[in-house]
Design a protein around this ligand. Structure first.
Ligand code: NAD
Length: 490
């Protein structure tokens, strides 16, 4: 049995010669107190072994990051911008190795029509470059009656980053690059399900950064909890489920440690009456099934007006039928597996329960291969009392709900505790505008979904999170405000 309880399906190739990935802190590679096998979710073969850190090693890493902070925080801004570009180059030079590792441990295909692991590493490069040109300037906010007040943005200290398994390397970059750019040092704890790409990337990046600026300490919930309650960590940035986010927030409260929380979503998409179905179907399909439905800001439930319901269902079924699910290392694979057993079972149970409650499975839902691959499931006749609609499935299954009035669709879309993203699809500009105004979410898309840009702030409302990443507002999440209040003498 490995760390994740995957004991009933045996790894197919325990060769004994897979690579062991050490952690990196203080600029050095360090072996953990134990090792865990990381499995390829398509065929359950062993990809490699992750070191697992002890709590003492976490403390050592925090000390290294604290020490590095002393000089990193005083470096000129231009040097920190330059460092972001050097990191981009590391990703560029090692793109092939890192993409392959992501595909092997996470499952997403190398290519997937341009949205696979190559795209993930490309995103890392893009985010590093974009963040290099972002900057928060000091502001003179008062200059009157002998008083000058300057508002400065100063680094916070050591940032603790806890990441999930769905876009493992890109999300690590979303955490560490704005932190480093603003003069902080970082400890990353990757998901124990997908630690290898982060372990390897941090090892490579340490060749271009001073020791202790970027550190990685792998482990499970125990290390995560120790990070969020650590007295010498100045801020926690967490991306993961709402349930874990709640725990992170509670344990961070011990030291009043500020948190950015990027949590689960249950994104609604509304197709307005008369929408051009054939033209929009590929966007809806992609907006749901990118990364096999394992993207926080992807469509989780689709609301379609009764006049177009059959046409939308048929168009999506046709797309599902031509989607090639399988081994991400093969060039013609469009969708990879669900990443882990718990998620695989959750999606299958949700689909099964929905069918028992009256949903119709139009296509998909079949398990492929030795591991956790599932064909994309399209379900019609879904209703709000079904868990597959009410809760985030985070997998390749799309429930489609029929509505008869716009007010009803908006009420259903806004009816959950989540508020990450939502979208509205159609051609009437006034209606698109008024529906988007009424949807409650951090991002509302019109005629698209699941698009991100490093210059555009992203974050959830309600139980989907606190704070934003990306853009200048995202950068502000990694600084403290320091006021310089000066009265002139004489
Ligand atoms: P998860 O909450 O299970 O795990 C996330 C991380 O938290 C992992 O590194 C895990 O080891 C760690 N962890 C577990 N217990 C902890 C504890 N008690 N204290 C501190 N850390 C702990 O999430 P997951 O299953 O890895 O990821 C899927 C979820 O992430 C989905 O809900 C998805 O919507 C969400 N997500 C959100 C965003 C966003 O930007 N809002 C992006 C990606 C994923």
């Amino acid at each position: 049995m490995n760390l994740f309880g995957q004991k009933d399906k045996k790894p197919s190739m325990v060769m004994g010669n897979e690579k062991i990935y050490p952690m990196t802190y203080g600029g050095a590679q360090v072996e953990g107190i134990s090792r865990d096998a990381v499995l390829n979710p398509f065929d359950l073969s062993v990809v490699g072994y992750s070191s697992v850190a002890s709590l003492d090693q976490l403390d050592d890493a925090v000390r290294c990051a604290r020490k590095a902070f002393e000089s990193w925080s005083t470096r000129p801004d231009s040097q920190r911008a330059e460092a972001c570009l050097k990191i981009a180059k590391v990703f560029e030079d090692n793109a092939q190795e890192l993409s392959r590792l992501i595909t092997q441990e996470q499952g997403k295909p190398l290519n997937a029509g341009g949205f696979g692991s190559g795209f993930e590493v490309g995103g890392c490069i893009g985010w590093c470059r974009a963040t290099s040109i972002l900057k928060i300037d000091d502001k003179k906010i008062l200059d009157a009656d002998g008083v000058t007040v300057i508002q400065k943005s100063v680094p916070m200290g050591v940032i603790g980053s806890i990441t999930p398994w769905n876009w493992p390397l890109l999300i690590a970059v979303w955490h560490f690059i704005p932190a480093i750019r603003t003069g902080n040092t970082v400890i990353i704890k990757p998901s124990p399900l997908t630690p290898l790409s982060t372990l390897r990337a941090v090892e490579l990046i340490n060749e271009v950064l001073p020791p202790g600026v970027l550190n990685v300490v792998p482990g499970g919930a125990e290390i995560g909890a120790a990070i969020s309650s650590h007295a010498d960590i100045d801020k926690v940035v967490f991306t993961g489920s709402t349930a874990t986010g709640r725990r992170v927030m509670a344990s961070a409260s011990e030291n009043i440690t500020p948190c950015s929380l990027e949590l689960g979503g249950n994104d609604a998409a509304i197709v307005l009456p008369g929408a051009p179905v054939a033209a929009m179907a590929p966007g809806l399909f992609f907006g749901k099934f990118i990364n096999a439905g394992q993207t926080c800001g992807s469509i989780q439930r689709l609301y379609v007006h009764e006049s177009d319901y059959e046409a939308v269902c048929s168009a999506l079924v046709e797309l599902a039928k031509t989607t090639n699910v399988g081994d991400g290392l093969l060039p013609d694979t469009d969708l990879g597996p669900v990443q882990n057993k718990a998620q695989f079972e959750k999606v299958r149970e949700m689909v099964g329960d929905a069918i028992k409650q009256g949903a119709q499975l139009l296509v998909g839902g079949e398990s492929i291969g030795e591991g956790y691959a599932l064909t994309p499931a399209i379900l019609s006749h879904c209703t709000h009392d079904m868990e597959i609609v009410a809760k985030e499935q985070f997998g390749p299954a799309l429930p489609i709900v029929k509505y008869s009035s716009i007010d009803q669709a908006i009420a259903m879309a806004n009816s959950t505790d989540s508020g990450l993203c939502a979208s509205v699809w159609g051609t009437d500009p006034d209606l698109l505008q008024s529906v988007s105004d009424r949807l409650i979410a951090g991002t509302v898309y019109i005629n698209t979904h699941a698009e991100l840009n490093p210059m555009v702030p992203f974050g959830g409302v309600k139980q989907s999170g606190i704070g934003v990443l990306f853009g200048e507002d995202g950068l502000k999440s990694f600084v403290n405000t320091k006021i310089l209040y000066q009265r002139s003498v004489g």
